[in-house]
Design a protein around this ligand. Structure first.
Ligand code: NAP
Length: 497
């Protein structure tokens, strides 16, 4: 039953996708205490929904049910799990427009980007529906006569996920699809600012036959959920996407129970443009990767390093392209930049902007953040940036492109690598030898070479160092939810001849 406190002003083909209850134990749950979390549309500052803040005992129940869900789900054949995942993918496709609208309403991103995220999120389910059939083990040549040695990947058990607000659907499917493909059940706690996409996904998963506690979505106070998840002996795997600070805390909390962990954390991506780059391609890549989701992505370039010979040409072309990005409400089809997630996000951009100007940067496009309504910030281009500035050291998570000029290839690489983070890196060059050299020299989990859009379901997504560990997508994605069992068979002694 949908207990919406107010009818959303958005039209849906399937209004049932708008859920304001949690989903666990294979049922919609309103929450015992009546305590609710408000969901606010960042483009209007209006409350659009209220979801339950579950109590400890309810979260524990969700895990107990997920244990039963695991036993049920793992007993299905790989082909059956694959078929149900495939149905989930198809249902997402069939409801794409509604899902996109829910996402824009709660997260604010332009509607076309929301449609893109639904496709992207669904592609992980499609991919893992196929991978579910390929959980191959290994036969090992025996060390003694009569022995048989084999390695069997087995589902690890109940898995849990804690996800961020910037990709409310994709950050869930790339974990859940891998877990379900491996034969695990999963309980997801989405970001409190964007739970509606997650709940809509739970509705479709159930319709697809991912039922009986195999997939659940719970909402509540994050510290309480984190505590229940990590203290539970039922939980065997925690996959977290979010800030490095919270990731560290969860890792500490997982230590007593030694839960397997994947941490997809923050980044500080460099975007290098060498003298021999194609400027038009580099600007296209910069706009696509930097300004997607109004600069609120973990892989978006945070630092532009441009070689002296091409600097002015690149800056002029980037400025022109940035000035063409329309700012407004995400439901306007023409809009490319929308509200940041909340006032705190605007404050951080403002802090970085003011610090950069104070330390000598020049603003060649944009204004001081914090003056527009509904947490909007028009794209900002800064030149004369140095590594001493805050925006060079920390993720800005907003529409700011800071440009630093460098001279030699070695200097560019050194500056790019001078960060403890290592999620994504990008560079543009038309020199083949340089493309190999720099691709290998950059210290990062993922590198885009003449390419700004690097994420897809087929490739292993993930970082190194302070950006975390573990991979999502690719054939590696399912391994995060598996454990290996090695079986050593000796002769049974029953042969009669
Ligand atoms: P966040 O504050 O770390 O929150 C992420 C999730 O953790 C939310 O669900 C949040 O719940 C929960 N959380 C917060 N404190 C917790 C605690 N003490 N125990 C358990 N859970 C807790 O990060 P965010 O601001 O949502 O997301 C932005 C960050 O995510 C950026 O740093 C970005 O780079 C990173 N990110 C990384 C990737 C990647 O793949 N590497 C992808 C996307 C985003 P509440 O919402 O209820 O507070």
């Amino acid at each position: 039953m949908n207990t919406s406190a107010q009818t959303p002003a958005i039209e849906f083909k399937t209004p049932a996708l708008w859920r304001e209850q949690c989903f666990y134990a294979g049922q919609w749950q309103a929450g015992d205490s009546g305590e609710r979390i408000e969901v606010v549309n960042p483009a209007t500052d209006k409350v659009i929904a209220r979801v339950p803040s579950l109590a400890k005992h309810e979260l524990e129940k969700a895990l107990t049910e997920a244990q039963q869900g695991f036993e049920y789900w793992r007993a299905l054949t790989a082909l059956e799990r694959s078929a149900r995942l495939r149905r989930w993918f198809e249902l997402m496709q069939a409801h794409k427009e509604d899902l996109a609208r829910i996402m824009t309403a709660e997260q604010g991103k332009p509607i076309n980007e929301s449609r893109g995220e639904i496709d992207y999120a669904a592609s992980y389910i499609e991919w893992f529906a196929e991978e579910a059939k390929r959980g191959y083990g290994e036969m090992i040549p025996a060390s003694k006569a009569g022995q048989h040695l084999l390695v069997r990947p087995e589902p690890i058990g109940v898995s849990v996920a804690i996800t961020p607000w910037n990709f409310p659907a994709a950050m869930i499917t790339r974990k859940a699809a891998a877990a379900l493909a491996a034969g695990c059940s999963m309980v997801v706690k989405p970001a409190s600012m964007t739970p509606l996409s997650a709940l809509a996904l739970a509705y479709l998963a159930d319709k697809a036959g991912i039922d009986n506690g195999a997939f659940s979505v719970v909402t509540g106070d994050s510290a309480t959920v984190g505590q229940v998840f990590t203290e539970s002996r039922l939980v065997k795997k925690l996959s977290f996407t979010g800030s490095t600070q919270v990731g560290r805390k969860l890792m500490e909390q997982c230590a007593p129970n030694l839960q397997k962990l994947s941490l997809e954390l923050g980044g500080n991506a460099p975007f290098i443009v060498f003298d021999d780059a194609d400027v038009e391609m580099a600007v296209k890549g910069a706009i696509g990767s930097k300004f997607r989701n109004t600069g609120q992505t973990c892989v978006c370039p945070n630092r532009f390093l441009v070689q002296a010979g091409i600097h002015d040409k690149f800056v002029t072309a980037l400025k022109k392209a940035m000035s063409e990005l329309k700012l407004g409400d995400g439901f306007d089809e023409e809009v490319k930049q929308t509200s940041l997630i909340n006032a705190g996000a605007v404050d951080k951009v403002k802090r970085h902007y003011l610090d950069a100007l104070e330390k000598g940067a020049e603003c060649v496009l944009g204004d001081e953040p914090g003056t527009l309504e509904h947490n909007r910030v028009a794209p900002i281009l800064l030149t004369g940036v140095t590594p001493k500035m805050q925006l060079w050291q920390e993720e800005t998570f907003g529409p700011v492109a800071p440009v630093l000029q460098f001279t030699t290839e070695a200097e560019g690489i050194e500056l790019a690598n001078a960060t403890p983070f290592g999620l994504a890196a990008y560079f543009y060059t038309q020199n083949l030898d340089r493309s190999w050299r720099v691709g290998q020299a950059l210290e990062s989990g993922m590198v885009g070479v003449n390419e700004g859009g690097i994420s897809n379901a087929m490739a292993p997504f993930g970082g190194i160092d302070q950006s975390g560990f573990g991979r999502e997508g690719g054939r590696q994605g399912m391994q995060e939810y598996q454990q290996l069992k090695y079986l050593c068979y000796g002769p049974a002694g029953s042969d009669s001849d």
